[in-house]
Design a protein. Structure first.
Length: 248
């Protein structure tokens, strides 16, 4: 199976590839006092839905870093219908390579559910802080443990407990880096269910409609194991939070 093929298909019907509602994300974004012409960076931008929305609402100038070409194709199509040319720059590359080569500073930096692109959550906040000007904002979307994860759950995920922190610790990391916490939202069970069931049903429908795809059997097996893992453990154990910080 091609790299990222599974994720692209499973997210094909998601406008935002994270378990957070548009309303809650917008309420958090509204805490940032954007001005026309502000520069905004989005790391692991996916289909650029968040960035395009900010451009429409606040007339900002966006820079997106995204490695998945299928997501970029969707982003360019959406941008062409909604915003002026030149308001969005998309860098199709590995974030670890690009972040150190940026020749500008930003009024705000965003990374929603993609901190792995720069290594981990702490490293992401560090790198974002380096490219945000004083008086700017950082918005990170990151998972957290709602309770101690069972060993069987970690094994099913292929993860370790150390890969995530608690909600409180996610905020404390920003404080340790000299950032000021300004707001936080966490995903509700309804938001998790909406995200996970759309993720699951998108893949199931693809498998039903594309029986000639040689990867179908593997993808169907994978999505059913994923769904079972979510229902058995993930729904009660894994959280997702939005963390807004101010750089003084």
């Amino acid at each position: 199976m091609a790299t990222n093929k599974f994720s692209v298909i499973a997210h094909r019907n998601h406008e935002i590839c994270n378990p957070i509602s548009k309303e809650k994300l917008r309420a958090t974004m509204d805490r940032i006092p954007f001005s026309s012409g502000d520069k905004v960076l989005d790391i692991g931008a996916g289909k650029c839905g968040v960035l395009i929305n900010l451009i429409e609402r606040h007339n900002v100038v966006g820079t997106a870093i995204e490695i998945e070409e299928d997501f970029i194709k969707a982003a360019r199509q959406s941008a062409g219908q909604r915003i002026d040319p030149g308001q969005l720059r998309i860098l199709n590359n590995d974030a670890k390579k690009v972040i150190g080569e940026l020749d500008e500073v930003f009024n705000a930096a965003i990374c929603l559910g993609a901190t792995h692109a720069l290594g981990n959550y702490r490293l992401t906040l560090e790198k974002m802080s380096e490219v945000v000007k004083p008086g700017g904002y950082l918005l990170a979307g990151e998972g957290y443990w709602k309770k101690e994860p069972e060993a069987a759950y970690l094994e099913a995920l292929g993860a370790t407990k150390e890969e995530l922190l608690t909600h409180h610790e996610n905020i404390a990391v920003g404080e340790e880096l000299g950032l000021i916490p300004m707001w936080a939202h966490v995903t509700s069970e309804d938001e998790w269910d909406a995200y996970e069931w759309l993720y699951s049903s998108s893949m199931e429908k693809y498998c039903l409609e594309n029986s000639d795809d040689p990867d179908v059997a593997a993808m169907r097996d994978r999505i059913r194991k994923w769904r079972s893992t979510y229902l058995r453990w993930g729904r009660d154990t894994l959280g997702f939070g939005l963390y807004l910080f101010y750089k003084s």
